[in-house]
Design a protein around this ligand. Structure first.
Ligand SMILES: Cc1cc2nc3c(=O)[nH]c(=O)nc-3n(C[C@H](O)[C@H](O)[C@H](O)COP(=O)(O)OP(=O)(O)OC[C@H]3O[C@@H](n4cnc5c(N)ncnc54)[C@H](O)[C@@H]3O)c2cc1C
Length: 405
């Protein structure tokens, strides 16, 4: 008889895990996926494109209902798991009997942070994480509401762009002195700011939110330097927190995320975690690629094969149409490294390659990102670039004409 394997969370990591399990352990497990969102798993990364009106909401489903059925997966959506009973190997869900498991996988993702400032609970303050948020933000755009987006990272920029494209006047405020400071150096960030402003978005840097103004609903934002911005709505896009409460309440060891080893095993027997809720070797990843790598390893492990997850080299791509940005690896160029830089502000292009001990270790690209995947491959492979060093800035086709052909 198949062993009952239950996955909590029906997001991107869960869908990929089922996919991988179907390849290597079909029939071994009776899989149930329990998710609290009221729809089939979808590509969350594409929510930005849905908000920008470039993709329809129904087009982002990862797999159709038939796909899940054909693999014998029991799907429960619109259903929140409220408790794990490790002793009984059971999960609690509202208004139903308990669900038994032999193996349990936590894939609960993250929750957007709300700044702890006065007014943060007013009506008109929102976040940007799931498709219900997108529906709400689209209505703000349609109604031409003035919106302040708090946070100049990837999510904040994509929310600002989508809202502006939907018709809302948007001000993006960012605490730091440059946009996407965790992915870009100062020159790349300055160019990005110009490109974002060219999309009609007002960008305020060094802008620390003091409070949200308004009686019962948002009327504006006040910064710590006294500046005030009128607004009908505020979107917090200032970070995420891994969803760990289920694990913590069950006594499973948690730090920032649910702690896992190289087999994605938590501190409890037969309980695993992956994706944004997991913390591996001190890192909680906020991107989908590591979740997919973890899913492959976990499926192999659950199939009884030898596999280990040792961490991911992550890359970031901004999905704002006409504003191409890529960043990967150690892009700041620490002491002892070499930097090759090509900058043409008028054409909106900035490229930087960071080399250490004859290897490419980081890259930032703004404008021309045609060779992004090649650079990422070089960073991940840690291969010597001595032979192509003089030409690699000009792209693969120049540096390696034979291979690129
Ligand atoms: C707008 C947006 C744009 C993004 N763009 C990019 C990008 O360009 N590149 C990139 O790499 N990443 C991007 N990301 C991040 C990427 O979407 C996540 O890294 C990825 O979705 C993580 O997968 P996950 O399965 O761990 O979490 P999720 O996809 O968030 O899935 C977790 C699911 O678990 C559910 N859940 C939580 N608790 C419970 C419970 N107790 N019971 C039942 N269900 C529960 C949640 O509701 C959710 O549906 C973006 C995210 C957003 C929001």
């Amino acid at each position: 008889m198949s062993e009952p394997l239950v996955i909590v969370g029906n997001g991107m990591a869960a869908a990929r895990l089922v996919d991988e399990l179907a390849k290597v352990a079909l029939g071994r497990y009776a899989i149930a996926v329990i998710g609290d969102e009221p729809r089939l798993a979808y590509n969350r990364v594409l929510l930005s494109s849905v908000l920008a009106g470039e993709t329809a909401s129904h087009e982002i489903e990862l797999r159709p209902a038939d796909w899940w059925r054909e693999r014998g997966v029991t799907l429960k959506y619109g259903c929140t798991v409220t408790e794990i009973d490790l002793g009984r190997r059971e999960l609690k869900i509202p208004n139903e009997e308990s669900i038994e498991f032999s193996k349990l996988v936590l894939a609960t993702g993250s929750t957007p942070l709300r700044l702890k400032v006065p007014g943060a609970e007013l009506a008109g303050v929102h976040t940007f994480r799931d498709s219900r948020h997108v529906d709400l933000l689209l209505t703000l755009g349609l109604a031409r509401k003035r919106v302040v987006v708090v946070g100049g990272g990837l999510l904040g920029l994509e929310a600002a762009y989508g809202l502006a494209k939907a018709g809302a006047p948007v001000t993006l405020i960012h605490l730091m002195d440059r946009l996407m400071e965790r992915q870009l150096d100062a020159r790349a960030a300055a160019l990005l700011k110009l490109l974002v402003e060219s999309k009609g978005i007002e960008v305020l840097l060094n802008a620390n939110t003091a409070r949200i103004l308004g009686e019962s609903r948002v009327a504006g934002v006040e910064l710590t330097d006294g500046r005030r911005i009128d607004a009908d709505a505020v979107i917090f896009a200032a970070g995420i927190r891994p969803n760990t409460s289920l694990a913590r309440d069950a006594g499973i060891p948690v730090n920032r995320g649910v702690l896992v080893d190289d087999h994605l095993q938590t501190g409890a027997p037969d309980v695993f975690a992956l994706g944004e809720c997991a913390e591996h070797r001190g890192i909680c990843y906020g991107l989908v690629e590591p979740a997919y790598e973890q899913a492959r390893v976990l499926a192999q492990h659950l199939a009884g094969r030898t596999a280990a997850y040792t961490g991911s080299v992550v890359a970031t791509n901004l999905k704002v149409s006409g504003v191409n940005v890529f960043s990967a690896g150690d892009f700041m160029g620490p002491a002892g490294t070499d930097e090759i830089v090509l900058s043409d502000e008028r054409r909106g292009t900035y490229k930087k390659l960071v080399i250490s001990d004859g290897r490419l270790i980081g890259s930032v690209l703004v404008g021309d990102v045609a060779d992004a995947l090649w650079y990422l491959e070089l960073i991940r492979n840690r291969a010597s670039v001595a032979r192509i060093r003089n030409d690699m800035m000009f792209g693969r086709s120049t540096a390696m004409p034979a291979e690129a052909a």
